[in-house]
Design a protein around this ligand. Structure first.
Ligand code: OFO
Length: 172
């Protein structure tokens, strides 16, 4: 059974994951209309992953005797000055999500809710990976800058990253 406090904190995280999914969906759309198909596919798959993170939380809250809430979401940015800016936002957002997960872990320890604490370890590990991936991509795009040829190759590379990460999470 989750306490009211934990239930509210988990519901807040459900909202964060749902917003993450929308943020990456908007990035996918922008990349698609700009003609970078590899980047668009990467963002569509990130968006799907965030939705899965949200669903995992929803199931947990409901199974533990709470009530998962589906709430109103903040509208995401739909345009960007450059791909560099877009990937900066992606990295910043992942850092924000990690902080939010850390806060949840902290609350679960305060409440001595070890079941929730154990459940959250999956998110802690996931955030380490996602932050590292976002950082690697950002480093690459910073090197490329506005070079069209570099961007073309980057688009091809990121497509491969999407396929590999989908294979490792078992979604293909
Ligand atoms: Fe990448 O954010 Fe979910 O957990």
């Amino acid at each position: 059974m989750v306490s009211k406090n934990i239930e509210n904190a988990l519901n807040e995280q459900i909202r964060v994951e749902a917003e993450s999914s929308q943020i990456y969906l908007a990035m996918a759309c922008w990349a698609e209309v700009k003609g970078l198909e590899g980047v668009a596919n990467f963002m569509y798959s990130q968006s799907q992953e965030e939705r899965d993170h949200m669903l995992k939380l929803i199931k947990f809250v409901n199974e533990r005797g709470g009530h998962a809430h589906v709430s109103e979401l903040k509208a995401p940015n739909v345009t960007f000055k450059s791909f560099q800016e877009m990937f900066e936002k992606l990295y910043e957002h992942e850092v924000y999500v990690s902080e939010s997960i850390n806060e949840l872990v902290h609350i679960s320890l305060q409440e001595k809710d070890y079941a929730t604490h154990n459940f959250l370890q999956w998110y802690v590990a996931e955030q380490i990976e996602e932050e590292a991936m976002a950082r690697t991509i950002l480093d690459k795009i910073n090197l490329i800058g506005n070079d069209k040829g570099g961007l073309y190759l980057f688009d091809r590379d990121i497509e491969q990253l999407t396929i590999n990460s989908a294979a490792s999470t078992g979604t293909v």
